[in-house]
Structures are given as C-alpha cells and as structure tokens.
Design a protein around this ligand. Structure first.
Ligand code: DX5
Ligand code: ZN
Length: 215
C-alpha cells in the first residue's frame, strides 16, 4: 500500500478575520482541515466551537479532522457527525472507555482517532490500534499552537509504526505540534502519514509554498 503524506493545516493558526481566504488555501493546496477543540478543562486553553466549525464546513471541499481536547468527548459525537466532520479524535486519558467511544464514532459514520500527549507511553495505544482509523501522536503538549517540536517524537513514532506493522493493520499516524518543513521529512521516514501544521502554514510568508515544502 502506498499512501502519500497528507497535510492537515491547523485552523487554530488561521486568520479568523479572513477565514474564507485560509479555507480556500486548504481547499486548493492541502488535504484536510485540522480543527482543534479545547475546553479549558482537559487543556488549559479554550479555542473555538461549533459556530466556527460550521462556518468552515460550509466552505470546505477537503475532509474535516476534528481534534477534541475536551473531557466527555462522547457527548459531542453526533453533533460533529451532523456538521460533516470526517475524522474525529479524542485523548486516551480524557476518557474511561476508549474502545466504546471509538466504536461510537465509527457507528456515527466518522473515522475515529486516539490521541496522546508526549508524556503518555505509546504502548498505551497498542490495545486500541485495530479500532482506530488513525492515532494522533502529539509532538507538543496539547493546548496551544506555536510550541516547539519535541525531538523524542521520532523514537515514539518508530515504536508505534513497528507495532502497527506487526499487527498488520491499517492505522494511520498523525503527528501534531511544531511540525514544519524542518522536520517533515524525518517524520515521514519515521512512519507519519498525516502531518498537522498550524504556525508553519498560516504564519508563513507563502503558505502555499509552506504546504508544498512539507509534502
Ligand atoms: C495543539 C494543537 C495543534 C496546534 C498545532 O494543542 O493540537 O494542532 O494547533 O499548531 P502548531 O503547528 O503551530 O504547533
Ligand atoms: Zn491538534
């Protein structure tokens, strides 16, 4: 199976006063919209909610990938499905019953993902890999855009990729946080196939070139 790396710009770094322009950029040059949903409880920051997601959904021609950094993600599964979200991830340590929630997301017609922060052992994902469309390996601590990439991510990525191959399953690996053209190549070589990038895309002088340089 060959699978080209996908670039999912994080809309957290978009220009909210000119959202249309940034949505068009993703539609034209990237592969998916990464939507960071923060509740001020699971993470210390609050981002945006349904009004913004719905506005993006109306204009988006690329899939929507929502990253829930919230407690009780299970409460909002149907709502995200209704908005038209395609991929929905939540954090392993935000819930008591990850397997059940992954099943609920499949049942709602979306592709589920399980996310972990840099301080959670990758091995804790292993029992759930065969129920995931993707896993989200955080390369910064969830909560804020614009943080510095954590180098230990490469080794974690290799361990995770080796286990996915060992299980012989099709589970994609998304890396999220501090991703740029400076580390994209090594991330892809280490097993990542979906790269999330916020600042590196939207704060670049040439966002289109920034996306292309990561591919
Ligand atoms: C962090 C978010 C990331 C973030 C990425 O909590 O999950 O998606 O917006 O932004 P950059 O690429 O700026 O690190
Ligand atoms: Zn994210």
């Amino acid at each position: 199976m060959s699978y080209r790396v996908q670039i999912a710009p994080s809309m957290l770094a978009a220009d909210f006063l000119n959202l249309n322009k940034d949505v068009e950029l993703v539609n034209q040059y990237a592969d998916a919209f990464h939507l960071d949903i923060m509740d001020g409880t699971f993470v210390p920051n609050i981002s945006y909610g349904f009004p913004v997601v719905e506005a993006i959904a109306r204009k988006a021609t690329k899939p929507l990938d929502a990253h829930l950094m919230i407690v009780h993600p299970e409460k909002y599964i149907d709502r995200f499905a209704k908005v038209g979200v395609d991929m929905l991830s939540f954090h392993l340590n935000a819930v008591d019953n990850p397997g059940q929630i992954l099943a609920q997301i499949w049942a709602a017609g979306m592709k589920p993902g399980l996310a972990i922060n840099p301080d959670i052992p990758v091995e804790s994902l292993f029992p759930y890999l065969d129920q995931c469309h993707y896993v989200v390996l955080m390369s910064v601590f969830a909560g804020f855009g614009g943080q510095k990439f954590i180098e230990a991510t490469y080794d974690r990525l290799k361990t995770l990729k080796a286990e996915i191959d060992r299980q012989g399953i099709e589970c994609h690996i998304q890396v999220d946080g501090g991703v740029s053209a400076a580390n994209s190549q090594r991330l892809i070589e280490s097993g990542a196939d979906i790269l999330v990038a916020g600042s590196a895309v939207f704060k670049a002088a040439d966002p289109k070139a920034a996306i292309e340089s990561m591919q």
